[in-house]
Design a protein around this ligand. Structure first.
Ligand code: ATP
Length: 233
């Protein structure tokens, strides 16, 4: 579904991505792991059309999307969920969700809203509450709910566990598993290595702008360097 080949990107004189290739197939959960500053956000920005790459290619559902604008990328069903704090704090829950309805998804707004509420009963209870007054976990749910409103074919989740308590992280990962069980392809960009590897079928580990390691999660988990650097073993 998503094919990334030899992506090179950076800012000014800084090179951040130095030839990154990755694939996400339909129905797969793929984890992209890496420490602070490894280039995860930059990769997301290139995929969403916010940063133009200097080299390489991005294909989605067989079509070359390199260089398309963010709205053109979204219209194709490649939807990013930025980390949870990027909701509109002064708008209420319903208004935030409705902002996710996009072009072709607009006609199905009511139906999609029901689906989000079925997934997140807590958002239904707080439909008229200002988003800025939601708890951290609820804001994260809202961010994902807004992504679902756009009828994604592939959902890119940017650090969905960031700032959540261990219990809420468990809940968040259980929820991502449920979205996947419903047939959604998911690219999970995370610093939470152990739990992401439990969830994802395959993983890529980004270091200094390149994938230092990739493969099935079970293999990546057993890699001695990864154990030392990320799992403290
Ligand atoms: P984190 O997990 O800390 O968010 P990350 O893996 O998402 O890190 P990026 O945000 O992609 O990493 O940053 C990669 C490198 O690019 C960093 O060294 C960062 O300082 C640099 N960088 C990011 N955005 C810009 C920018 N707009 N201008 C210049 N340098 C930038």
């Amino acid at each position: 579904m998503l094919e990334v080949r030899d992506l090179v990107a950076g800012y000014g004189l800084t090179r951040v991505l130095e030839g990154v290739s990755l694939d996400v197939s339909a129905g797969e959960i793929v984890a992209v792991l890496g420490s602070n500053g490894a280039g995860k956000t930059t990769l997301n920005m290139v995929l969403s059309g916010l940063v133009k790459p200097r080299g390489g290619e991005v294909r989605f559902a067989g079509e070359r999307i390199t260089g398309l604008s963010p709205s053109q990328v979204m219209a194709r069903g490649l939807i990013q969920v930025p980390e949870g704090r990027k909701i509109f704090p002064n708008l209420n829950v319903r208004e935030n969700l409705e902002l996710g309805s996009y072009r072709r998804a607009k006609a199905n707004r009511g139906k999609n809203l029901e689906k989000v509420f079925a997934t997140f009963p807590r958002l239904r209870e707080r439909v008229a509450q200002a988003a800025g007054t939601l708890s951290g976990g609820e804001q994260q749910m809202l961010a994902i709910g807004r992504g679902m409103m756009a009828e994604p074919r592939l959902l890119i989740l940017d650090e969905p566990s960031l700032g959540l308590s261990p219990l809420l992280v468990e809940e968040m990962f259980a929820l991502i598993r449920r979205l996947h069980d419903e047939g959604l392809a998911i690219m999970l960009v995370e610093q939470n290595v152990a739990q992401s590897l439990d969830l994802a079928q395959r993983a890529y580990v980004l270091e200094h702008g390149q994938f230092a390691l990739s493969g099935r999660s079970s293999e990546v988990r057993e890699n001695p360097e990864l154990k030392r650097a990320y799992l403290g073993l």
